[in-house]
Design a protein around this ligand. Sequence first.
Ligand code: SF4
Ligand code: SF4
Length: 102
Amino acid sequence: MICGLTIWPAVRTMLEQINQSGMKMAEINLNLERCKGCGLCIGACPIDNLRISGTLNRQGVEPAEVIDPNRCTGCGMCFRICPDMAIEIRRAPSKAGSEVAG
Ligand code: SF4
Ligand code: SF4
């Protein structure tokens, strides 16, 4: 039986290779003023592309920030887990020309 943990390293490698090819897969927008700095998105990102910013927002908390927007795969894990809807994802157009916004 194959479980997710078994295939995850291969999936991760594939995503990194796509990133290194220079092909941008998604646009990510993290609303720093909406973010309450809970860190859930940081733990959810499979490529460790989010971190706490180190500066305070108007709520007086340190919001999360995207480390490298060009590395974002558009997987949507951060978008799904964020309790404050502070993250927007816009995936690159598919071959069919459609666009999916998270
Ligand atoms: S969409 Fe996926 S890869 Fe991009 S920052 Fe969020 S969790 Fe990470
Ligand atoms: S999950 Fe949402 S509120 Fe929490 S740190 Fe990430 S962006 Fe901010």
